[in-house]
Design a protein around this ligand. Sequence first.
Ligand SMILES: [Fe+2]
Length: 289
Amino acid sequence: MSNDQAFVIDKNLGARLNEDDVDMPVANSDGLPVVPLTAEQKYLFDMRGWLLVPGVLSEADCTEMKEFSQQLHDDSESLPEHERSAVAGPLQKLTDHPNVVGFMNEFVAYPGLSNQECYGFRQESGSLFYRDVGDGNFAPHNGNGMFRFPGDSHLYRCIPGKANSGLTRVVWELNPITEGNGTLLVTGSHKAVYPAPEGLKSPDSPIWETYTCPPGSLLFFTEALTHSARPWGNTEYPRIAIFSCYNTVNSKWHNWNPHPDLVASMPAKRQTLYRPVHVSGNLVGGEIH
Ligand SMILES: [Fe+2]
């Protein structure tokens, strides 16, 4: 065990978990190598509560995914029932995209429920946000994530060298985000100890931060962060974004499940994203320690 390992406590009488024994997946269900977060990305996400990875998807992927999203939005009846979903068709591979798995391995996964066949986290919502001009409302929520009791997944916990994000939002922006159109975020508010000031109830508060990005970009934020939607203002094209939530294996906030026929058609490792919500014995392809 190296000295730079954080002091993570497991079911071991308060002794330090040896991270060398942890078996996080190094490939996703398509056999693509997982992309671990860099030291800078870990630092930025922990410090800010959000992380933007610009331009992850190719133009061809964005085009195919937007076509499917358009069909889902305009004419979902033309799709088989089990594929009327933001985790179906070409969007399915986003669920365990190598960058998503790399992030979750660091900030969400439970080490005891992870191996090369089984993700140590769950996906617990997935939806298409298709917004024309004026769609979307300013509605700030959350913050102060260090002080939530178990049962409230909007939590953020950290010790020197390691952090855990609880309910975590993943946003794939399939169209470019220009000035004034990104999700609003209050950097650092996941660790705030004071209530939000009154000014934050206005979208014009200078405390709000946001981002611009090219198509195919990936945004992570902890739901413990203060954040808000706002009306879409780009007249040239709609917002086409895939909004998902991930969580620890033993917690579930949303009343959402993908259609069982869709899950059954997925590769085995991807199916572990949707396994039952409990811990004991809930590891596919391995022994619980
Ligand atoms: Fe939210």
